[in-house]
Design a protein around this ligand. Structure first.
Ligand code: MCN
Length: 783
């Protein structure tokens, strides 16, 4: 083999089917006798349900059955949420699969229609008469906390879903500080938009009690546990299949009512049922992301040393707690608001607030973009306050290489890093000195360009169960893998992770090909099937490579260890004298005496010449729980221009130097960083969900919700450093979210730098042309 598979730029194996239209998505599943489901959704953000009249709908052609919140009561348990963190006073309010007495957001399910065709189901859904008594609604978390605000849940007084505090005492540091900078940042609500909307197909076999549920999920095994509990189907009779899933970005983690209702109807009717959301439904009902108001204070010295940070965050949870929702603004956010900086004192206080809006859950980065945004923005504000360069202030406060492993003030231990090296590398690409000169010259001509920095760190690789449990995430997040070498020497790899766009069918094959010394073509990666894979925790939190890849490496090593004993027997040397490399076992110091892995495998199955005590067959599994999270890091730099006539922001350059440990596939990693940056820039400049006073979503389609487009981006300039993590066998760190986490503050910092001559210190995202133009006009008028 000319080049080692680990580290090489291989074309993605999965693309052969995906880019030729041969992918098999949930909505592609066609079953004989299949029925179609449609869900009647509330047009009100908040209303009492007085009555639901299904009589007209029931008589329409093709309609098989209509269900309401009342009719399924007692048969479908409420939709659950994760109890994270346990010390947050989390209000586990009831989230019925279909609302029966009150609707709490536009899109809340009220009735389910099952018919022979999708069109018939949708027509019948429109014929259902729901008599609502509208109630006052509240969509903003600050207003929801105010006295007299509409109350969503009896069990959550004041609309407080959770209240959580973490960190060290900070008051002394603030009292004695030479400088204190305060800011309030609004991090707007985003709507994740994977290419494939959500879908479910359910098939029930009444004679065996077995249910098969195809679902667009990022974590089929977690779904099996949850759906089993909600519908009372034993886990061994429930098979969840996540076939090809066309992206998720966190929005396909949650267990939704829609999938559960599809499975319920299939069991009730004894016929397969399919439900697929429309894009319009997707905007309304699939979980949203972000939506924070963050009050931030930073204490420091006049010469640029930060001494403390204090954060109070108000996170909009939406109408109900989505499955992973409570974990996002708490442990994924609060524990890392010190960012990449050595800040001795830090505290975070988080309020989760119920509002009459779509539930909020993970969206690429989930909590860590919000934390990074506030710390990176306030570092710039601090630099400006003390009249120092933002790069120099960062350099003074970044955690130093020799400080690793670094204990942050929230009890996390950052694994490894060299933050200054990444910063220097990125600055070298920029030519900072030349940029500042050009900026000054252009300002003289009334032209405005700016540069923004983000020296980020991310906590990912969710997660080491013990460490995660200690910080409030009490749900084992280890991973399973199995490596099966078939008698002919080909290999099937089974992983409990569930990639849905990230490319692990390729990178996991690279890991195994590298370890076993086999060609890539001989390795197949299987995922997304709870019947073929014993257990797993899915793909999110940039965990798949560090945790699932770690499991795979261990399983592959166990295969090699067993094969070695067989090889030793075949070579007639002690096992200690056998060396393995490039698919060959040979006697130490005697390369001529060797057997291939294929020969050993065949012997493992034929089994007539096995050493005593060795079982036939060649496969191994591993259940791997790492010893820590991983902490990828880097420096991102955005260069923008702001058009003084129109307020339009253009991205002129984007530089990213990231460190995710040893890179398995540089092309995939670059793709992940590109996509992540596009999403982070989307938040900075274009995207934002908006509700009106009645709680109607105003940005309910791509006409009103602006996604970033490829033409908005200059070629992205990438480089990387390599600092292995000591906490998994591959040394890898996650990369699936880094681009999103780092880029939003880099771009906003750049725009604020461009606007510095106007004394504009902050604007709420997205930085749209009218907003920027208005701010410039107001600033000029005030002068
Ligand atoms: N990789 C590598 N070398 C490394 C680290 C990672 O080659 N040192 C590769 C991996 O093997 C994998 C990819 O990079 O092919 C991303 O790996 P990882 O960082 O482990 O992230 P996950 O696979 O766990 O993916 C989750 C992450 C998250 S949290 C979101 S959200 C997200 C993302 O990935 N959603 C995505 N990337 C996405 N990409 C697509 N196309 N679609 C989504 O929905």
């Amino acid at each position: 083999m000319s080049e080692r598979p680990f580290g090489s730029r291989m074309v993605r194996k999965e693309d052969a089917r995906l880019v030729t239209g041969r992918g098999r998505y949930t909505d592609d599943v066609q079953l004989p006798g299949m029925l179609y489901a449609a869900i009647v959704r509330s047009p009100y953000a908040h209303a009492r349900i007085k009555s639901v009249d299904v009589s007209a709908a029931q008589t329409l052609p093709g309609v098989i059955k209509v269900y309401t919140g009342q009719s399924i009561k007692g048969q479908v348990a409420p939709i659950p949420t994760a109890w994270i963190p346990p010390d947050s006073g989390l209000k586990m309010v009831e989230h019925p699969a279909l609302a029966y007495d009150r609707v709490r957001y536009v899109g809340d399910g009220v009735a389910l229609v099952v018919a022979e065709s999708r069109a018939q189901a949708e027509d019948a859904a429109e014929a259902i008469q729901v008599d609502y008594e509208p109630l006052p609604a509240v969509h903003d978390q600050m207003e929801a906390l105010a006295d007299g605000a509409p109350q969503l849940h009896q069990d959550a007084p004041g609309n407080v879903a959770l209240h959580w505090q973490v960190g060290t005492p900070v008051d002394d540091a603030f009292q004695s500080a030479e400088v204190v900078v305060k800011r309030s940042f609004r991090q707007q609500r985003l709507i994740p938009n994977p290419m494939e909307p959500r879908s479910a197909v359910a098939q029930y076999n009444p004679s065996t009690g077995e249910m098969t549920l195809w679902s667009t999920t990022q974590n089929p095994h977690i779904h099996r546990v949850l759906v089993s509990g909600i519908l009372g189907i034993p886990e061994h009779k429930l098979r969840i299949l996540a076939t090809d899933v066309g992206g998720g970005f966190g929005s396909k983690i949650a267990c939704y009512a829609d999938e559960v209702l599809t499975a319920f109807a299939a069991r009730d009717l004894g016929r397969p049922v399919k439900w697929t959301e429309s894009r319009s439904e997707h905007f309304l009902i699939t979980s949203h992301g972000r939506d924070h108001v963050d009050q931030v204070e930073l204490a420091g010295t006049r010469d640029g040393r930060v001494t403390a940070i204090r954060v109070r965050a108000y996170a909009n949870m939406g109408a109900y707690l989505s499955t992973a929702g409570p974990g996002v603004p708490t442990i994924l956010f609060g524990l890392i608001v010190n960012g990449a900086y050595d800040i001795p004192k830090a505290s975070a206080e988080v309020y989760g607030v119920f509002t009459n809006t779509t539930p909020v859950d993970a969206y690429r980065g989930a909590g860590r973009p919000e934390a990074t945004y506030l710390v990176e923005r306030i570092m710039d504000a601090y630099a400006r306050e003390i009249g120092q360069d933002p790069v120099e202030v960062r350099r003074k406060n970044l955690i130093k290489k020799e400080q690793f492993p670094y204990n942050n003030p929230f009890g996390l231990t950052y694994d490894s890093g060299d933050y200054h090296q990444a910063l220097d590398r990125a600055l070298g690409m920029l030519d900072y000195g030349a940029f500042r000169k050009e900026q000054e010259a252009l300002r003289q001509q009334g032209k405005y360009i700016g540069v923004g920095f983000s020296t980020y760190v991310e906590m990912c690789g969710l997660g080491p169960s013990q460490v995660a449990g200690a910080v409030g995430f009490q749900g084992g997040l280890w991973e399973s893998a199995m490596v099966r070498v078939h008698p002919g020497g080909k290999v099937t790899v089974f992983t409990g992770a569930s990639p849905h766009g990230q490319g692990e069918e390729t990178t996991f094959a690279q890991i195994v090909a590298d370890r076993l010394g086999l060609p890539m073509a001989d390795i197949e990666v299987v995922h997304g099937d709870t019947d073929r894979i014993a257990m797993g925790w899915g793909t999110y939190g940039s965990r798949t490579t560090a945790v699932g890849g770690g499991a795979l490496a261990l399983a592959a090593d166990r295969v090699i260890a067993k094969a070695k004993t067989i090889a030793a027997h075949m070579l007639e040397v002690p096992v200690e004298a056998v060396e393995f490399g490039q698919g060959q076992f040979h006697a130490e110091g005697n390369p001529d005496r060797s057997v291939t892995l294929q020969e050993v495998t065949l012997q493992a199955y034929l089994a007539w010449n096995l050493p005593p005590g060795v079982e036939p067959g060649l496969e191994a599994s591993a259940f791997y729980d790492p010893t820590n999270f991983t902490y990828p890091f880097g420096t991102h730099i955005a260069v923008v221009s702001v058009d003084a006539e129109t307020g339009e922001v253009k991205l002129l350059r984007y530089i990213a130097v990231d460190d995710c440990g040893p890179v398995i596939n540089p092309m995939i990693v670059e793709g992940q960083i590109h996509g992540g940056i596009a999403q982070g820039v989307g938040q900075a400049l274009y995207e934002g969900a908006r509700y009106d006073e009645d709680g109607q979503l105003l940005t309910g389609s791509f006409l009103d919700y602006a996604m970033p487009k490829a033409r908005f981006f200059p070629p992205i300039e990438l480089d990387h450093t390599v600092t292995p993590s000591p906490h998994n066998p591959l040394g890898v760190k996650g990369v699936g979210e880094t681009g999103t986490i780092a880029s939003t503050p880099a771009v906003v910092n750049a725009v604020m730098d461009a606007l510095a001559p106007f004394d504009i210190v902050d604007l709420d995202m997205p930085l749209t042309p009218p907003k920027v133009w208005q701010a410039m006009q107001s600033a000029m008028a005030a002068k």
